[in-house]
Design a protein around this ligand. Sequence first.
Ligand code: HEC
Length: 182
Amino acid sequence: MKPLLPLLLLCATAQAVDYKSQIVPIFRAKCYECHSEAKGKEKGDLAMEPDARLAEHIGPGRHVIPGEPAKSTMLIFCQLPDNDEDVMPPKGKNRLTPAELTLLEGWIKEGAPLTAGTAAAAATPVTAQTWTSSDGRTVEASFVSLEGETVQLRVNATGVVHSFPLARLSPESQAQARAAAR
Ligand code: HEC
């Protein structure tokens, strides 16, 4: 049997931000110092750990509005200019990097789940499958998506995602793509 299951996991979660492995480390490095029940610091009445305390600030009208990063003060305060009196962390020290801001935004957009996602699992190497074109050439790649008659494959050698018309794959590879998309 072909290792389809890992591929399916990868497909379902390729975009997902993982709270435990990607968001918590940012909060730990840049926020808990002042917003942690364990550290006895709840500036602005805001504890961001443990998760149960952060959960109090997630919801409509709160600091984190699931699906609405542009309205979530937790993100907005982190995006303010260094000299803004509301900027977080304060005084422009230890600011979030653009990459961290993007992760935070993505996490909120995805609904701000406080669970470990499957992104970490997806990051583990996936066994490549061999794909054969209708004219007999082969490529090692992992399945990304199948939309209509177009399949997207991430070519292992380059990491680049390419689109192929299904018709350009061998019948076996077409079946492989359909199975992976299921
Ligand atoms: C050096 C201490 C410090 C750090 C680090 C810090 N904060 Fe704050 N934070 C404060 C203080 C003090 C307040 C209260 C400000 C006020 O009420 O005017 C506050 C308030 C907030 C508020 C608003 C609470 C409210 O009800 O107004 C949010 C949201 C927030 N912080 C998010 C963060 C995030 C996210 C991080 C990490 C990226 C962070 N903070 C890091 C000190 C800190």
